[in-house]
Ligand binder design. Sequence first.
Ligand SMILES: Cc1cc2nc3c(=O)[nH]c(=O)nc-3n(C[C@H](O)[C@H](O)[C@H](O)COP(=O)(O)OP(=O)(O)OC[C@H]3O[C@@H](n4cnc5c(N)ncnc54)[C@H](O)[C@@H]3O)c2cc1C
Length: 526
Amino acid sequence: MVWDAWGVLEGHKPLSPEIRALIGGAFGISAETVSRPGEDAVRLRDSALTADQSAELAAIVGEGNVSTDHHDRLVRAGGKSTFDLLRRRSADVQDAPDAVVTPVDHDEVLALLTYCSDARIAVVPFGGGTSVVGGVDPVRGAFDAVIALDLKRLDRLSAVDVVSGTATLGAGLTGPQAEKLLGEQGLSLGHFPQSFQFASIGGFAATRSSGQASAGYGRFDDMVHHLKVATPRGTVELGRAPASAAGPDLRELFVGSEGTLGVITEVTLRVHPVSTNTAYEAWSFPDFTTGAQALRALVQVGAAPTVLRLSDEAESGVNLAMADRIGGATATGGCLAITTFEGTEAHVAARSAEAAAILAASGGTSLGADPAVAWEHGRYNAPYLRDSLLDSGVLCETLETATTWANLANLKAAVTGALTEALSAQGTPPLVLCHISHTYPTGASLYFTIICAQTADPMAQWGVTKTAACDAIIAAGGTITHHHAVGADHRKWMTDEIGDLGVEILRAVKAVVDPAGILNPGKLLP
Ligand SMILES: Cc1cc2nc3c(=O)[nH]c(=O)nc-3n(C[C@H](O)[C@H](O)[C@H](O)COP(=O)(O)OP(=O)(O)OC[C@H]3O[C@@H](n4cnc5c(N)ncnc54)[C@H](O)[C@@H]3O)c2cc1C
């Protein structure tokens, strides 16, 4: 990925005159593009690694796999939140890992953790680097140096059990690499988060990621059958049967541990045969309440499609306006829902007919397949648009939470209110868009997109706003994160989430597996 924005260079394009006019009008700004500093203009703090330490690390992974090169450090200097991207645009000296170390297998990771514990070097596990919560920030904590432990060379599909429907994947495989290797065996994982193109298998596990097809295939944590984890104290292997009553499930300690308890090197995952059929249908609902009730009706009778999402009035309106401006309307007003169904011909036919009957009976009007096909076609483009907006004086960021169906409207109103109030108080009233992104029989997640004019200090502007939104989430009974994870940004709210004793339990586990505390300081734990 490029160091100062999302994705690859070819994906980037400036705002079209139509979108520029739309945004300029909405926020009263010129929306002219400002150019970003080049890579060479960025000053990184000097590497704190000594020559001896570099040599010791190289003795473990090989000379070419320890780098203190400017570019290598720069691209691992942080994740891809709006905070991260704004920071990249700053002329100040920037933080970066002191070295990038690239092991090839589990044993090398283990040896590195033993060495770094003894040498007191902090270690930040680095997968795709798509964290939006400061999860890969190069924090040294109490240590003199920090390395980014890049897992990209752990890129093998090492086992496939077709009978049981499992596959063992290296932690460093990206989403497309994993799907390609599985596809060669007629299999698929079905995990398609918006960051799919760049995020890694280990990162998905370490953050409890949730993909856009979660209604059909489940969250990533649902798919984990077995984990291999390297810790400074040795190897932990967990998961030996599809289900077990052998005490608490310790896999759950490492899934979602965000690099603070160990480095996940290999994951055995539930896979399924590549789908032979897909049906698409979009729906319009008169309002969000009606649409949410329809989605609830679907999932509570077990008739959920593979993809199921519902945009609120504001998000549907913006989608419509954008589509109009670029020459192709995708919705007719109201609230737009997307459904897709994957599987065998018979399964898709039966499931889509059942879902259509429920959605129609719940107040939905079918819009046919086209808007759902268009959504799927463009689903990885939005992060590129965020970069163009940031370059044009517009602040754009997302945040997410989840709650029960009974509390959904309350939570949505509370978060929308907090965001609107915080930004309006800074003279930049926002557009707050929201959709239901993941559904469960007992509740759903809410995904907010916030767009407004930037102030002179957009990092401070968003900092105040994000705090207000997180406080509102907790006060209204939501979870501080449904799938973006905790990282550095949400750890302040972890005590609200799991209580003092819960935090103490996590600290106790960390003290056992990482007694020196080298693993990802400043993340997850408050
Ligand atoms: C544009 C955009 C869209 C996104 N969309 C989604 C979405 O739809 N759904 C979703 O769930 N998330 C989404 N995210 C968030 C992010 O992509 C996920 O958190 C993803 O799982 C991170 O994977 P990664 O490989 O990039 O991990 P990284 O960013 O490299 O790391 C994330 C955290 O996991 C730790 N880590 C990484 N690899 C390992 C390992 N092998 N062992 C132990 N710890 C490790 C890191 O230290 C860090 O704390 C999005 C992010 C962006 C920027």
